[in-house]
Design a protein around this ligand. Sequence first.
Ligand code: ADP
Length: 494
Amino acid sequence: MNEIRTELNERLESIRELLLESMALVATRVEDVTEVLLSRDVAGADRIILHDDEFDLIAQQIEENCIETLIREQPVASDLRTIVAAMHMNSDIERSGDLCANIAKAVGRLQGTQIDDKTRDLIVRMAEQAKVLFERSVEAYSGLDAELAQSIDELDDVLDDLHRDYIQTVIKEAKHGDMVPQQSLQLALIGRFYERIGDHAENLGERIRYIVDGWTPEREGAERARARASAAETGDAVASPPEDEEIRSRGLAVIDSISEERRIDATRRDFVANVSHELKTPVGAVVLLAETMVDANDEERSRLIEHLNQEALRMESIIDDLLELTRLEEFDAVSEPVVIDDAVMMAVDLAKGYADARNIEVAVVGLPSDTRVVGEMRQIVRALVNLIDNAARYSEPGSQVGVTVDPLVEAVDISVSDSGVGIARPELERIFERFYRVDRARSRETGGTGLGLSIVRHVADNHGGRILVDSKPGEGSTFTLQLPKSAAASDEEE
Ligand code: ADP
């Protein structure tokens, strides 16, 4: 037993050291990349891009270590918490590394751009702040200090403010017309990269608090809601959450015991914050583009209009998906018989345009299946379109997407498979959350909203079914929508 414990401790220690090493590496990388950015040192930027795989290597080591520990040592309770958090932290750090590489990639595109003193100064300050955030994460994680971890939120607020000033400055510059619109956009993007590095550090702070005392954002929201509710009952001012030791150590179990209503309250508040955050980017871009257009010549203007159009479409898809989610939440079990074969054909027809545009063939297997379910045709089609769109979105052009209908005894499985990028295990549990994306840049580039899979999950729930996923990074994914067959359909079969 002791031997096992020692090995487990050694493994955990090595995961911890690797995480600390890669966090510190982000802090240094932010500093380096800012230096090459400000001196427009393209060769230096190329060197940084070349070293991007340092992060991937450490991340891979951490992931392997975590998986090995899970398999071999079968950790329980707090050790398990450490490993789960480590896996999430690992991806936040890795993505911060990618963002540094993105900044480096922008250096070449900024050739010939005069960056004025104010913009420069704000870049320097954003970079310093991002670095401080990661240094604070190192400190909080090495001392497992929840308070220090919490202070990361405030540091990130400072970075957000700097980012806001920065965007304003870039817009003003663009209005002066000293810069071609592409360069203004490039600068705006750079600001956004720093801001997102800050968001990842904030996530690290949350994970550290989770390791130390089982804190989760949902729990804090629920505690606030509970405090408000009890204050409303007693007429008191809002009390601070109870410092109950037992509750502190129980972590996730606490969440399960809170009433559904309060949980929804907390989720809704997070949701509003997320929506605002999501819309901020396209709205910011539209403002920037519109302002830039004022003094642009004809050729630039048509390019800007194209960009404007893209951003407007993006906002439209986010709003469209949000409305769909609201409709799904309000859905009152409509019980019309849905012929699965029709739903699948309709979904394939609707998704074909996007797949064709990416040169991806959609092949359907298992029709006719002659199965029916009870529910709403529109919802099922929407869920399938989302799955097929995703399969096409996260695959290489020229590849194939398969849709398979497989009738079981009491249910029907509709699977959508691709041989695309796949999804790593720690991400699998999160992809159904609203606005969660594994790779934000790719999702954005290809028109994703981050809401597609939450819609699919809602549709499955509304039909008493479920959604399953099997995926391997680099090899591809299979999403299966499993819906219970209608009794009428079984009757007919008999
Ligand atoms: P999005 O609009 O970003 O695609 P979704 O909610 O549909 O949002 O999916 C959430 C995230 O799950 C995506 O951003 C992507 O990272 C991942 N994902 C979904 N489907 C696939 C797939 N078929 N292959 C790889 N990753 C996927």
